[in-house]
Design a protein around this ligand. Structure first.
Ligand code: SF4
Length: 665
């Protein structure tokens, strides 16, 4: 029998859908019920809700009906904006209940009054050389500070240079906290945080939620539920937040900032010379570091000591500049110390080419998320695409959930631990795709899973074309044959094409080919801002956009401007990617298969995201063309194909051209 929360949530959903003149969708109702049950039972839920299914209303209705305090974390600004400006006010209006909400961003999105104040005094010397517009930007920001109630860069109507903004905001690792800051009482970021304390729905992004987890839960108010929307992208952001990064440039800036803040010159200079030595060493290393070379270990230890000494030598710690320098020193010290002796479950590597940095990350993000997240708070992980496997097992395992374990309410699990009840029996099995579901150090955390159907007629609206006749992508002949195929497809579509490449090399190559061999306007990632590119692609209906990874997800171009999505290769991660390499090794060490457990599910998720750019509304029709024949012939193809939207399929170019002729009119 449905619980009170389920009934109340469905009633709110119904009133909201009627209020906006929308359609009742059975999938949306099932999702609402499942989320309401998760709230009632305190269980984790993984829910796949395709584009157009109305997933945000489906989780807002149960949150409002149950009265819990929930954090909603999104990957993209677009979704954050949609929730804040449309969906939450809509549900509030039609629910008949009082809904309090807050939009909370990372600290560097707010103007820092201490920095602004510092422009009159000692902090006028910035880490970066101010740009030519700095004086004008400063006047704009001083006016903004007077009139704005938020201090949020998103509310700033005038355009200012990014470096001017960076000079006058305060990163999360620099702010000493309101009680140590002379501007703490008026601080915009602190005000936003206080408003969040009073709200029952708090909207944040994945980065802020991950930073909250990394600080042991100190950034956000206590909450009863977290909804992680666009959950397919969460593990990468959480991996960054729970890792660490040190760059020679960052250390150099810290040294000069410590000097300006009053540190003894000898100690501050030692930090700067440590950064120079680190730069030299990193220029000679590529990829993964294991074991740590003696010279690198010495530089890390020496620089740690220099940072600690320089920070301790600041006598007057109360100025904003000093307080921020001391806070930043603590953050850098923590990273330097972690890098000197990485845990067994961490991987250390050199990232970048010209500007190199040292990165540290947990091999298994799941092992970190279990104690920090899943043992603490019920979580709803929701996305249009949660990837392959029954119950989305690869992504679930990556995040620290166990597909073979029944969901135990979060509160009860903690209680069982406290009273010393035995843990659940460990299980080991394979799912239908042959993935080993349980690693030796298996998570005990179970979850519910739900996949709702697309509201679109995907088989009629979309066609998946695999260019099976092309040479293998690893053959030298592929590039020319793929270029011919692309031009032929673009001609059939009349432009209106989004080309998604797996590398910048592909972007350059296909963009050049289309420029030379077609008359369409060719937009290329990197030549304009993302916003400008998307605007031009949407408004010029015969243009083509050539882009790489950032455009594979979150891009929403409904209508005739995008009737063809071309994918150059299957999006496998690079074999020499240090983190993925370490993950593969861990899978093999646990008796599994690195390719099937790590590479294939990750590629399936990205491929499904890329394919999902095509059909955005009931009216859209079009083709996804994959120029990599492995999708038609490789023995692992079914894992990829079953994760993609259920379009009709073809390997016949003539059939595709006929379909495009009807789609692009
Ligand atoms: S507390 Fe002070 S230093 Fe921190 S962001 Fe606010 S104004 Fe800036």
């Amino acid at each position: 029998m449905a619980s009170e929360t389920v009934n109340a949530a469905l009633a709110i959903l119904d009133r909201t859908v009627m209020g906006i003149d929308g359609d009742n969708r059975s999938g949306q109702q099932r999702l609402t019920s499942a989320i309401a049950q998760s709230i009632d039972q305190g269980c984790h839920l993984m829910a796949q809700a395709p584009t157009g299914s109305g997933k945000s209303l489906a989780y807002l209705a149960p949150i409002v009906a149950s009265g819990v305090r929930a954090v909603v974390a999104t990957a993209t600004l677009a979704l954050q904006d949609q929730l804040w400006r449309n969906d939450i006010p809509m549900v509030a209006e039609f629910s008949g209940q009082t809904v309090t909400s807050a939009l909370l961003k990372g600290r560097s999105n707010y103007l820092c009054l201490a920095r602004l104040d510092g422009t009159n005094t000692e902090a006028a010397l910035f880490d970066e050389r101010p740009g030519p517009t700095f004086s004008d930007d400063l006047i704009t920001l001083k006016n903004f500070a007077e009139v704005s109630s938020t201090g949020d860069v998103g509310d700033l109507e005038e355009l200012i240079a990014p470096e001017s903004w960076r000079a006058l905001t305060c990163g999360p690792n620099e702010c000493p906290g309101a009680n140590k800051c002379a501007q703490g009482v008026d601080c915009f970021a602190e005000r936003a945080r206080s408003q969040a304390e009073l709200a029952n729905i708090i909207v944040v992004n994945h980065a802020l939620y991950s930073a909250h987890l990394a600080t042991g839960g100190r950034l956000l108010p206590p909450h009863d539920l977290v909804v992680i929307d666009e959950a397919h992208a969460f593990d990468a952001v959480a991996t960054n937040a729970l890792g660490a990064e040190i760059s020679p440039g960052g250390l150099r800036q810290l040294g000069s900032r410590l000097r300006r803040a009053g540190a003894t010159a000898r100690h501050a200079d030692a930090v700067i010379s440590g950064s120079g030595r680190l730069e030299d060493i990193l220029s000679q290393i590529t990829g993964r570091i294991n074991p740590i070379p003696v010279d690198l270990a010495e530089v890390l230890a020496g620089t740690s000591e220099a940072v600690a000494n320089a920070s301790a030598s600041i006598k007057a710690k109360e100025s904003a500049l000093a307080a921020q320098a001391v806070k930043l020193s603590l953050t850098r010290l923590d990273a330097l110390r972690r890098m000197q002796a990485p845990d067994q479950g961490e991987v250390l590597w050199v990232e970048g080419d010209k500007r190199r940095s040292l990165r540290l990350a947990p091999v298994s993000i799941g092992k970190r998320l279990v104690p920090l997240l899943f043992s603490q708070t019920p979580v709803v992980l929701i996305s249009a695409t949660l990837g392959s496997g029954e119950r989305f097992s690869p992504l679930a395992q990556r995040l620290g959930l166990n597909p073979n374990v029944e969901c135990v309410p979060v509160g009860e699990r903690s209680l069982a631990r406290k009273v010393g009840l035995p843990d659940e029996e460990e299980m080991s099995s394979e799912d239908e795709d042959g993935f080993t579901l349980v690693a030796p150090e298996v998570s005990e955390i179970g979850y519910e899973a739900l996949s709702i159907e697309s509201p679109f007629d995907l088989e009629k609206q979309g066609l998946l074309y695999v260019a099976r006749h092309l040479p293998d992508v690893r053959e030298p002949e592929w590039a020319e044959a793929a270029a011919d195929e692309l031009c032929s497809l673009v001609a059939a579509a009349g432009g209106r094409t989004l080309v998604l490449c797996t590398s910048w090399k592909g972007v350059g190559m296909f963009s050049e080919v289309l420029e030379k061999r077609t008359n369409h306007k060719i937009l290329t990632q990197g030549e304009e801002t993302t916003v400008r590119l998307v605007e031009q692609f949407s408004s010029d209906e015969t243009s083509c956009l050539v882009a790489t990874r950032a455009f594979w997800q979150g891009l929403d171009i409904p209508g005739p401007a995008c009737v063809l999505v071309v994918i150059d290769r299957l999006p496998f991660s690079r074999p020499d990617d240090p983190l993925e390499q370490a993950r593969r090794e861990a899978a093999v060490a646990a008796g599994g298969d690195g390719f099937r457990e790590i590479d294939l599910p990750a590629a399936a998720l990205v491929l499904a995201q890329g394919t999902g750019r095509l059909i955005r509304t009931h009216k859209d029709r079009g083709v996804v063309a994959v120029l990599d024949r492995r999708l038609a012939v490789a023995n692992y193809r079914s894992v990829l194909l079953t994760t993609m939207p259920a379009f009709a399929r073809s390997v016949d170019l003539l059939e595709v051209k006929a379909f495009l002729a009807t789609a692009s009119t």
